[in-house]
Ligand binder design. Sequence first.
Ligand code: GLV
Ligand code: MN
Ligand code: MN
Length: 400
Amino acid sequence: MTASSLLGDIADVGRDRSRGGYSRHGFDSAELSLREWFVAEAVDRGLDVTCDRNGNLWAWWGPPGPDAIITGSHLDSVPGGGAFDGPLGVVSALAAVDAMRAKGFKPSKPFAIVVFAEEEGGRFGVACLGSRLMSGAIDPSVALNLRDPDGVSFAEAVSAAGLDPARMGRDAEALANIGCFIELHVEQGRGLIDLGVPVGVASSILAHGRWRFSFTGEGNHAGATPIDDRRDPMLPASQLVLAARAAASGVDGARATIGRIQPIPGGTNVIASTVDVWLDARAATDEVTRNVVAEIKAAGLSAAEDEGCSLTVTEESYGDTVIFDPALRDRLAEQLGGVPALQTGAGHDAGILAAHVPTAMLFVRNPTGVSHAPAEHAEPDDCEAGVAALATVLEHHLST
Ligand code: GLV
Ligand code: MN
Ligand code: MN
């Protein structure tokens, strides 16, 4: 089957009628149906599917074992996200198996397709939860206590999905079996459009993290409270948005985004008592990222003080710069006839695993350059070029 026809099979799952695009979050009903769909597709292909202790699905072609070649991605999305970020890597892996089979190819090493759980952190706030848990990059007790916007804990969500929260955490055995991980992904940017090529490899990922800024003032009546008597946390929260833009502007490659603000209690005629603001900040190095965040924090503290509010800042997740295994990257580029290497500002499970195993990524051209939004796209021909590229590099790795 083609990647596009497989994407077509899941095109109606998790559509977000109010925000547009897709909202498919870890262990919600949409993501659970996608997981079921994946299991059925894998079983149809004679692959053996297991779910690991951390909720990641593995579909093995032949018996599991050491030095395994692993490909795959994730099926969850950001709120109102596109159809390709995550699913393209999963459907391309299935299509690559079909393509290898059609040629009569048989792997001479263990091989599996993996679907990582809650990659976007769209429900529980921390990105790459499945791969972080598996690799020990997050303490399971921290992960299990994360809560979604409805107050459901990660522990409750995974229990409802039939997993045992007590067994979650670093999975040394699963990690030890991985010889290398190759994740195919839609490009999130304009690199391949500008170069005029359909497929590239990844070179690096920016350092990035998420911080929660909680401004607390005094909840009160919007009509009855004179302006001079207010301690309105929405004021410093608004200034934080501007401070984020100012801090990242002019700093080479730095990005600072506030895409989520939650006033509590959140009423039109209510001065909020607390406003939570989430900052996503990224830059080429740890030092630059930390400096940008420190500047934003200083601006937030000063704005809070001016309004008689308090501020607490919590680092919810952080990952240092990732440089993908240079030998593997160059080998893949060469096997694909000299495709370009591109850096990315987007985070990936491959970035988490890169600290433990040789890891690489293939990018497929995105004609809009847009991602994390409904306009994210990949043309069917480019998707097929991605499948062909993935099958080529997998065959190289699975034959030696
Ligand atoms: C995930 O795609 C991220 O970069 O936040
Ligand atoms: Mn994403
Ligand atoms: Mn992704």
